[in-house]
Structures are given as structure tokens and as C-alpha cells.
Ligand binder design. Structure first.
Ligand SMILES: Cc1cc2nc3c(=O)[nH]c(=O)nc-3n(C[C@H](O)[C@H](O)[C@H](O)COP(=O)(O)OP(=O)(O)OC[C@H]3O[C@@H](n4cnc5c(N)ncnc54)[C@H](O)[C@@H]3O)c2cc1C
Length: 405
């Protein structure tokens, strides 16, 4: 059967890459790109960094310049939500307009910021951060001398903490788990992040959550913590993770488990429906388990892979996971997936702002991360990808160039 129409749900980073890849690969048919936001595809990382700080305009996040986007000849439907997939008729139902008939459908509908289920979480002044509009609203609340309370000591919470400090705000981070970024990094890096933020004047409260928010008579906000403490503040950011938007797929009967289950060809349990980006869960060989990868790199590469697979090309989406975060003058990068079972070898002094933690499975480096060490991490990446056997002592010795390993 000829593929005449490819529909994409979600005009975000993965959807944008999928759409332009279809054209780059020579697809001449109809591409329908359904996006519930008013914007053309854009990248979100600057929303907690330069855009939030007011150092960059929201337009700078565009994936493709408007003129170049128009040349792709895409039937783009902004502010339209896909509401139902009728798999037997291959129809995508929308909040506006006729249902779209598809030959292939690519789900790139990402995820949404997880809501904090406590009284007062919907009060004005309590923010979440996912979209350009969220960044504009939070940015307007960042004002020198005011107090920002951040619920969640994960990547977004910590990046916003750094941005708010830069704007001269008083900042408190409340994290329910015993350490920062506990789900993604080992204790060594959590400790480093704690020192980093405390040294910049952020108050970090660990091991307790927020039980409720209330308005104060003076018009501010107050948060009651699990340990009974009351914190008065002017604004709140809730950054407690992401929920995959997999309802559309689930209601259509596709296999889902906290995300749309796909294989390395990005195919769901229906071979004509593919998924990519934050919404997709697949078996990541580097991690040795099924997972969703909420990262810029994965959104781009899986979006490209899904488009190529939809055209019938052979793909094998198994990129070495890569994630970065910018906080203050620190650029932290992670390659691979560190796990508690790995042996940790540190190169450099973890009390400084430049060192690398390597994660070894027997004598092979399987992951590496560190602040301000882009050059060493490029070598680390090669060691991981080539599955090189290393001598841990030489790895830890800063006198031994990594290139020699
Ligand atoms: C503030 C912030 C900072 C980040 N910083 C970093 C970073 O420093 N490094 C890094 O590696 N990653 C970072 N990320 C993660 C990265 O941006 C995401 O992994 C990436 O955006 C995922 O792309 P996606 O296309 O899967 O989802 P999205 O970009 O979220 O796109 C999904 C789109 O689908 C739309 N949609 C949902 N449901 C429907 C529907 N039914 N119909 C129509 N449209 C729908 C959504 O509104 C959205 O526009 C950050 C994310 C955020 C929010």
C-alpha cells in the first residue's frame, strides 16, 4: 500500500524533527502536523535557562525558521488537539475540523508537568514549567528581593533555582527525597549539586514535601511542609517530573506502560502507528531496561528515526543516552545510564567544579558524568561506545591522558 498521508500528533521537538525528516528523505505525500500549542515546533531547554532569565527571546527556541518551515509544505494545525484514534478506519479525530485519514501515524505528543496533589496547588502564583507560556508567566514572577519556593530538587527545579538566584531572588528548594536528582544521578553528584546551590545562597530542604499552599493576608503565599514548617514566599515553581501523554494511545488499545511501548524501529503494537520523544518507552540497550528518555537528544534522534521507519527504512534507535544541564557557570553532562551496581571511579577532585565520575561494569566504562568537563567526556563517550576495557587506576589518574586509554 502506498503511504500517501503521514499524520503526526504533537508539534514539539520530536514532531518537528519527524516532519522535516519526512521531507528530507524525499517524501512527497501529505504531512499533517497536529499541535495543541499555538507555536511551530520549538525546543524547551532554554525555557528554564536563557529564556527564563530574559537573556533570549522565546522565538530563538524555534526548531526551524518560519520561512524554512513554510517551504516544507506541511499541513500544520496549530491549537488543535487530537482526541481519538480510530485504528480500524485509520482516522485521527480532532477538536477542530474533519477527522484526518492516515496511512502512518507518528505520536510525538510528549508529556505534561506532574501536578502536585495538595490543597492550594492551583492558587495564582503557583507555577509549572513546560511551555513558552509557562516560562513567560514564571519569568514575570522572578523579581530581585522576592522569595521563590521551588518544589522538587530535580533538573528543572535546580535550573530555575540558578536562574532565580541570578535575578537576585531568595530561593528555597524543597525536595521530598533525601538527595537532589536522586532518580538520575549517584550520591556523589547529588552532594556536588547540594554544595553548588548552597554556595550560591539557595536554601535546600531535603526529605520533606509540601502539604499545602495558602494565600497570606498580605497577598503572598505560604507553604506548609511535611515537617510542620511554614515558608512564606512570593511565588512557587512545582517541578516534580513529567507524566507521559499516553492516553490517546491507550484509549486506542495500543500497548502502553507509563508511555507508548515501541521497538527500536519506533513501532508501537500497531505497526502503522509509531511514537517518538518523551511519550515513547522502549528497551534501551545501554540501560539494559525499558524506559522513556526525557531528553533533547532523544526527542531529536527518535523523531528522525520514527520518520525514517514510517517511510519503510531500516532503523535501529539505540543512541547512547546524553543529557546536559546548565546551572550558574556549570555545564553538567551525562553519557550513558549510571546505575547503583556500577563501580564509581572519580577523575579529578569532586570538591572542585571540574571532575568526571566514570561508571564501570567490570572493566568497561558504561557511563560518565561530570561538571565542566566537556573534553574529557568526549573521550569518555568513545570509551563507552567502543566498550573499551580500562585500568581503573589509570582512569582516575589525571596525569594519564584519556586519549591513551
Ligand atoms: C523547561 C525544560 C528544560 C529542559 N532542559 C533540558 C536540558 O537542559 N537538556 C535536555 O537534554 N533536555 C531538556 N529538557 C527535555 C526536552 O526538552 C524534552 O525531552 C523534549 O522537549 C521532548 O520533546 P517531545 O517532542 O517528545 O515533547 P514536547 O516537546 O513536549 O512536544 C509534545 C507536543 O505535543 C503536544 N500535544 C500533547 N498532546 C497532544 C494532542 N493530543 N494533540 C495535539 N498536540 C498534543 C504538546 O502540547 C507539545 O507541544 C527540558 C524540558 C523542559 C520542559
Amino acid at each position: 500500500m502506498n503511504t500517501e498521508t503521514i499524520a503526526i500528533v504533537g508539534a514539539g521537538q520530536a514532531g518537528g524533527w519527524a516532519a522535516q525528516t519526512l521531507r528530507n528523505e524525499g517524501f512527497k505525500g501529505r504531512i499533517v502536523l497536529i499541535g495543541d500549542e499555538p507555536h511551530r515546533p520549538y525546543e524547551r531547554p532554554p525555557l528554564s535557562k536563557a529564556v527564563l532569565a530574559g537573556d533570549a527571546h522565546a522565538d530563538s527556541t524555534s526548531l526551524v525558521k518560519p520561512e524554512a518551515f513554510d517551504l516544507l509544505d506541511i499541513d500544520w494545525r496549530p491549537k488543535v488537539t487530537a482526541t481519538r484514534i480510530d485504528r480500524s478506519a485509520r482516522l485521527l479525530h480532532l477538536t477542530q475540523g474533519e477527522p484526518v485519514h492516515y496511512d502512518k501515524l507518528i505520536l510525538c505528543n510528549g508529556g505534561r508537568a506532574r501536578r502536585l496533589d495538595v490543597p492550594g496547588a492551583d492558587l495564582p502564583g503557583v507555577h509549572m514549567l513546560r511551555s513558552i507560556e509557562d516560562a513567560a508567566a514564571l519569568g514575570a514572577a522572578l523579581s530581585a528581593g522576592k522569595h521563590l519556593l521551588i518544589v522538587g530538587g530535580g533538573w528543572i527545579g535546580l535550573e530555575v533555582a540558578a536562574t532565580a538566584r541570578k535575578k537576585g531572588m531568595q530561593v528555597t528548594v524543597v525536595e521530598a527525597l533525601p538527595r537532589l536528582c536522586e532518580r538520575t544521578v549517584p550520591p556523589l553528584i547529588s552532594d556536588y549539586l547540594l554544595r553548588l546551590h548552597r554556595s550560591h545562597g539557595v536554601e535546600v530542604v531535603l526529605g520533606t514535601g509540601v502539604q499545602q499552599f495558602a494565600r497570606t493576608p498580605a497577598g503572598g503565599l505560604s507553604a506548609t511542609l511535611g515537617d510542620g514548617r511554614e515558608i512564606a514566599c512570593d511565588a512557587v515553581l512545582v517541578g516534580i517530573g513529567l507524566v507521559a501523554n499516553d492516553e490517546l494511545a491507550r484509549e486506542a488499545g495500543l500497548a502502553c506502560e507509563g508511555g507508548v511501548l515501541v521497538d527500536a524501529q519506533c513501532r508501537s503494537s500497531d505497526a502503522d502507528i509509531l511514537a517518538a520523544g518523551d511519550v515513547a518507552a522502549w528497551h534501551c540497550e545501554w540501560a539494559g531496561r525499558r524506559m522513556r528518555l526525557e531528553s533533547w537528544q532523544n526527542a531529536q534522534e527518535q523523531g528522525i528515526a520514527a520518520a525514517r521507519a514510517a517511510l519503510g527504512n531500516e532503523v535501529n534507535h539505540q543512541p547512547l543516552p546524553w543529557f546536559w544541564s546548565d546551572q550558574y557557570d556549570v555545564n553538567l553532562q551525562i553519557f550513558g545510564m549510571p546505575a547503583p551496581s556500577h563501580r564509581v571511579v572519580v577523575r579529578g577532585d569532586p570538591d572542585t567544579h571540574s571532575f568526571v565520575a566514570f561508571f564501570l561494569d567490570e572493566d568497561k566504562v558504561v557511563a560518565a558524568l561530570g561538571p565542566n568537563s566537556a573534553k574529557d567526556l568526549r573521550f569518555a563517550r568513545r570509551l563507552i561506545e567502543r566498550r573499551t576495557s580500562v585500568d581503573p587506576e589509570r582512569l582516575a589518574d589525571v596525569q594519564v591522558p584519556l586519549a591513551k586509554l
